[in-house]
Write a protein that binds this ligand. Structure first.
Ligand code: UDP
Length: 361
């Protein structure tokens, strides 16, 4: 298939501003290239793809970032800044659509979803978040009725947020596991990784680390500086070790040193890339039993689950997770989260959509 991948209009690939979508985009492209497809990626100016995506063509557009839906009120109307990157990306996608068999949209945005019935080339949406805005919920529900084959989700917990008529197509996520080294011996250190923003619940991980008397290393893009300072002020000095936002090669080398990764989403996390990335390095995960992480963490095998928002339960989960065999974490992700398996699931979805499109033409 000739596949156009339209990336997020929040930041450029490699900046971290797009969150987990950036890693998903790289795995999707590399995995589908490996299966012999032709890939073009349309993304914000300054985007970089990892070497495994070298076979893809990269088209960049400049323009103003889209505000992230998860940081706006649920009732907020659709917003486009002047010179919106979103508009430029989709103008280019529409201009070039004749060269492709299918377009894959990774943006959680109204415009590409709304375009679905109006494109000549089938438009497939890998929905990257759960429900965060009414206008998006309404459009996803509408498409689920009129164009159900065009939608895919990462996890059942994420898909359950939406009013879907048919069982959802679930594709999980995929990781180039060669990029993650297994580390058998941990240090007396807890870890946390993600965008530093309120929906990620860093304050709970910090409080639990302080209670257990262990330092907490924090990796990720600081989206909300005032929030980061509040979290820091609430725990004894030295509890938090800010490590900044690192590229995957350096992140995995550091992550592997942790005894346990804490994952504390306050929202219905669609997947939770960092959970799998930690496990790939042999690090068990203590997570709130909410959203994607609750489907990924296997109690007693790859970590432990806690009652959401209950810090005492999370502290107990950290202690249970420390007992897990690190080799089991790595094995589990090899079996369930490889880039190859992800690409095979995506290929099945996209091929079905292309066939249905060909029948209609
Ligand atoms: N990440 C990174 N470097 C860091 C910390 C995080 O590249 O120092 C990436 C990580 O690999 C993951 C993403 O940030 O892909 C966070 O994605 P996740 O699915 O956990 O949450 P999201 O940001 O999408 O809500």
């Amino acid at each position: 298939m000739r596949i156009l991948v339209a990336s997020t209009p929040v930041g450029c690939l490699g900046s971290g501003r797009g969150g987990g979508v950036e890693l998903t985009a790289a795995a999707l492209v590399a995995g589908l290239l490996e299966r012999g497809h032709r890939l073009t990626v349309l993304a914000g100016e300054g985007s970089r793809l990892p070497p495994a995506c070298d076979g893809a063509t990269l088209w960049c557009e400049r323009g103003a970032d889209q505000p992230s839906w998860q940081h706006r009120p649920r009732q907020a109307p659709v917003e486009l800044p002047p010179d919106a990157l979103l508009g430029r990306l989709w103008r280019r996608a529409l201009q070039e659509q004749g060269q492709f068999d299918v377009i894959v949209n990774l943006a959680y945005d109204w415009l590409p979803l709304w375009l679905t019935p109006h494109t000549a080339t089938p438009l497939a949406h890998l929905v990257s978040m759960g429900s965060v805005a009414e206008v998006m919920d309404g459009l996803i529900a509408e498409l689920a009725r009129s164009h159900p084959r065009h939608l895919a989700f990462h996890t059942a917990a994420q898909a359950a947020d939406f009013a879907l008529q048919d069982p959802p197509r679930l594709v999980g996520n995929g990781f180039d596991l060669d990029r993650y080294g297994f580390q058998a011996e941990p240090e007396p250190l807890l870890g946390w990784a993600g965008r530093i923003a309120p929906e990620k619940g860093l304050e709970d991980a910090a409080a639990v680390a302080a209670g257990l008397g262990l330092p907490l290393a924090v990796w990720g893009l600081e989206e909300d500086g005032a929030y980061a300072r509040r979290v820091e002020a609430a725990v004894p000095a030295g509890t938090l070790q800010w490590r900044g936002f690192l590229p995957t090669e350096r992140l995995q080398a550091d992550l592997g040193r942790c005894a346990v990764l804490l994952n504390t989403p306050k929202w219905n996390e669609a997947f939770g890339n960092v959970v799998v990335e930690a496990m790939a390095c042999g690090v068990p995960v203590a997570a709130y039993a909410r959203g994607g992480p609750a489907e990924i963490v296997q109690e007693g095998l790859t970590g432990a689950l806690a009652v959401p928002d209950d810090r005492a339960s999370l502290a107990a989960a950290v202690l249970r997770a420390r007992q897990v065999r690190r080799g089991d974490c790595r094995r589990w992700v090899e079996e369930h989260c490889s880039q190859q398996a992800f690409a095979a699931r995506l290929e099945a979805w996209l091929a079905e959509l292309c066939e249905a499109g060909a029948e209609r033409r």
